[in-house]
Write a protein that binds this ligand. Structure first.
Ligand code: NAP
Length: 329
């Protein structure tokens, strides 16, 4: 699928996923317009031909200027940390402002980036898109769930088509967390981890996520639908981390006693402030040890999408960036 010649708006392009999408669409010859609160951070994309509209997500005038004349809006910006009130202002109110601007512009489709975290941390086994989204102590879980509700409500109110993508852990060059931080952990020799690492990680290479986003923008079967975008079947944490540790030249694993982490997690329920992820530590710890798969059968059958980059290739593609950052020598 390609958006060559189409005018598209992207939020979050100064971040990891939105930046990868912007580069892909510029490569495809789309006319790319970005809503960015820090134009300096968008300088590289401006140099490649992207239009930059300066503004916070909640600035509806800036959002309207950014959406004007666009056929598609890709909404990737969100808060990934901060208090519940802070995350709600960005992730929920910001989504409303951007979708209202998209509706004013009469876009053909609003592509919204959600997350598998919106399911919360309680599901195990196979998780399909029809499962209920969770209420949780974690502001990220709650605000990403609420943002999906805003998308569905606003779409209905204005009669604008939407598609929602729920990615797993996105890794690849420029991923600060799932590549940068996890490589730092994996290069420790031996690599310390709670338990034997046999639970699932739902890792998906960034280019596969971008490919699904581009597909969602135009595919008739994606209209008003939601899709998981995750590894299926999943690798284990050990397989994933040892992909990185292989780059660092070792394969040694240090299984830390899970019971110790359960004690800390139990204390966090008693001592941690309300509305923080710390309250969810026991569930998160359990999820880390479990085999859980966010199924992608729906995307495979209806959209013909499937991940193209397996774990070995994905880790291989991270290597130049890890060297450039001085993390791998
Ligand atoms: N990374 C993952 O593994 C993962 C997995 C599942 C879902 N997701 C979802 O994917 C999306 C992108 O995540 P990411 O990893 O690319 O995050 P990221 O690198 O932290 O990027 C977040 C982007 O949102 C922008 N932003 C935040 N608050 C804003 C505001 N108030 N006004 C305007 N822009 C604002 C940031 O702008 P600044 O550069 O100015 O801060 C940045 O461009 C998010 O919706 C996230 O929930 C990510």
């Amino acid at each position: 699928m390609s958006l060559t010649g189409e005018r598209v708006m992207i939020t979050g392009a100064t971040g990891f996923l939105g930046g990868a999408l912007a580069n892909r669409l510029l490569d495809d010859g789309a006319q790319v317009r970005l809503l960015a609160r820090s134009p300096q951070k968008a300088g590289r994309l401006a140099g490649r031909g992207a239009d930059i509209i300066e503004g916070d997500l909640a600035n509806s005038e800036a959002a309207k200027r950014a959406a004007d004349g666009c056929a598609i809006v890709f909404h990737a910006a969100a808060a990934t940390s901060g208090s519940l009130a802070e995350q709600r202002a960005t992730t929920v109110d910001g989504t409303r402002a951007v979708f209202e601007a998209a509706a004013d512009a009469g876009v053909k489709r609003f592509v919204h980036v959600s997350t598998i975290s919106a399911y919360g941390y309680l599901y195990r086994g196979d998780v399909t898109e029809d499962r209920h989204l969770a209420h949780s102590a974690d502001p990220y879980v709650n605000t990403k769930r609420e943002a999906e509700e805003v998308v569905r409500d606003t779409a209905k109110k204005h009669g604008i088509a939407y598609s929602i993508i729920r990615p797993g852990q996105i890794y690849g060059p420029r991923s600060g967390l799932w590549t940068g931080q996890l490589f730092r952990l994996a290069r420790l020799n031996p690599t310390p981890f709670p338990g034997d690492g046999s639970g699932s990680i739902h890792a998906i290479f960034v280019d596969d996520v971008v490919e699904m986003m581009v597909t969602l923008a135009t595919h008739p079967a994606a209209e008003n639908e939601t899709f998981n975008c995750s590894a299926d079947p999943t690798p284990t944490w050990r397989e994933f981390l040892q992909g990185y540790s292989r780059l660092a030249g070792h394969q040694n694993w240090l299984a830390l006693p899970v019971s110790l982490f359960h004690v800390v997690a139990g204390l966090s329920i008693l001592l941690a402030p309300r509305d923080t992820m710390l309250r969810d530590l026991p569930d998160l710890l359990d999820l880390l040890q479990s085999r859980t798969t966010f199924k992608t059968t729906k995307a495979q059958e209806r959209l013909g999408w499937s991940p193209k980059i397996d774990l070995e290739e994905g880790i291989h593609r991270c290597e130049p960036w890890l060297r450039e950052k001085g993390l791998l020598r």
